[in-house]
Design a protein around this ligand. Structure first.
Ligand code: JFZ
Length: 430
């Protein structure tokens, strides 16, 4: 059972302000794209080696086919920043498959030495991030490594006549000392500023082993943030379950990792895309509850981003372009006592942002008590009329009036400037 004994805090203002980042899952699994020798995986595609029980010697051969001709780090980072409105990128430097997407000197199983492309993908990405002022984080699978005899491997539900893996029989410490730590050292010394290490699936790691990884990271880059999945509740922030949105405002720094469809790595058959509107609503909810949204794109093996992902992220980016003030740098709000079907609130000191998701005749907010100084449409600054009243039942009520044209629209944001630092959400009473 998880015991919560402290409020997680990254101590990094950039992270608290960021709100929206890009997760990139890219590795050899992108070549299979969800299918191996005619068999399709029905699990997340980056797990295909484990799910379909592909032997190491077979899986390794994929490296010989890795040819990312269409990968352009510069273009990707520029797009993430300018079109998608993202403030940080987390890239899979090594996922559970064990393959390093950078030039590792301590394992030849890497993108430079084991492939015909010979490109240090991470170097290209890091250069672009530093050029555009994009914060760069690295996903690193510290516990699971299916390529190494001493790395852990999960026993999945989707077994393929596979004998269970006995992780206890493995010399995990040996793998930790001989692959994880040397690789972390390479990653934190060879690629400039690394703002975050996204550890994952700690499995059987002891507190000491988690601590060893943390100490190493902090000794090399003290400001580097450690994700919640280092294990043993030692992360600098809370990582929620994938695609799980906390219902209530949540103390401390936290982040929700999420997919655009049902997989992280590229899967050619997964077309279960989320609508941009759903992504926007989720982003707003996350902001009102104090977290960050780390949204994934899984490039194809050739390095291109699926067109549908680009389309969705562009649409979300358009909302951010117009309404970013109501997203970036916002802080956790209190609990508004009503469930509104038309919108959600975010806030900064002396400003409350009303994100409207449905056509409304006016924005009536019961049990909101605030001395409103001004109401305006965020995207163009046009002022809106408002009323601050008390109902005959004695509840506070703020109503923003909407001009005809706006009543038919949805996905816009209204800012209320208020005298108080934070609006008061009155509890319901009899
Ligand atoms: C992990 C990985 O296994 C997966 O491939 C992907 O990288 C994802 C971001 O992270 O999967 C998890 C780990 C933890 C939870 C869910 C999925 N969790 O705690 O709910």
């Amino acid at each position: 059972m998880k015991k919560i004994d402290r409020i997680p805090d990254t101590g990094q203002q950039w992270y608290k302000d960021a709100k929206y980042g890009l997760f990139i899952h890219w590795g050899l699994y992108a070549i299979l794209a969800g299918e191996y020798k005619g068999q399709k995986t029905d699990h997340i595609s980056e797990w295909i080696m484990n799910t379909l029980n592909i032997p190491v010697e077979e899986y390794e051969k994929l490296a010989g086919e890795f040819c990312p001709e269409r990968f352009c780090a510069d273009g990707l980072v520029r797009m993430a920043k300018e079109s998608w409105g993202m403030k940080y990128i987390v890239f899979t430097s090594k996922h559970h498959e064990g393959f390093a997407m950078y030039h590792s000197k301590c394992s030849p199983y890497n993108v430079v030495d084991a492939t015909p492309c010979g490109r240090d993908i991470l170097k290209e990405l890091a250069d672009a991030c530093h050029k555009y002022g994009m914060k760069l984080g690295l996903y690193y699978s510290q516990a699971q490594d299916w390529h190494e005899p001493d790395g852990y491997m999960a026993n999945t539900m989707m077994e393929n006549e596979k004998p269970p893996v006995d992780n206890d029989a493995r010399d995990f410490q040996h793998y930790l000392d001989n692959k994880v730590k040397p690789q972390l050292k390479e990653l934190l010394t060879g690629y400039g500023e690394i703002s975050l290490i996204w550890f994952d699936t700690p499995m059987g790691m002891t507190r000491e082993q988690s601590m060893e990884c943390i100490s190493l990271v902090k000794s090399l880059q003290p400001d580097c943030i450690i994700s919640g999945r280092i294990g043993n509740q030692l992360g600098d922030y809370t990582t929620t379950g994938d695609n799980f949105i906390p219902r209530l405002p949540f103390d401390g720094d936290w982040e929700l990792p999420a997919t655009l469809n049902d997989t992280w790595g590229y899967n050619k058959d997964d077309n279960n895309w989320k609508e941009p509107e759903q992504i926007i609503r989720t982003l707003v909810k996350i902001c009102s509850r104090g977290g960050n949204y780390l949204l994934n794109a899984g490039p194809r093996a050739d390095g291109s981003i699926p067109e549908k992902s680009v389309e969705i992220l562009n649409a979300v980016g358009q909302y951010l372009h117009e309404n970013g003030e109501g997203i970036y740098e916002t802080q956790k709000l209190g609990i508004y006592p009503y469930e509104l079907d038309w919108g959600e609130f975010t806030g900064k000191p002396h400003r409350m942002f009303i994100h409207v998701f449905k056509p409304c005749k006016g924005l009536g907010m019961m049990n909101l008590s605030a001395n409103v100084k001004k109401a305006y449409l965020l995207r163009d600054g046009s002022e809106l009329a408002y009323k601050v009243e008390e109902t005959c039942e004695g509840d506070s009520m703020v109503t923003v009036e909407l001009p005809q044209g706006l009543r038919k629209q949805a996905y816009y944001c209204v800012c209320l400037e208020i005298e108080e630092e934070w609006p008061v959400f009155e509890p319901l009473r009899g």
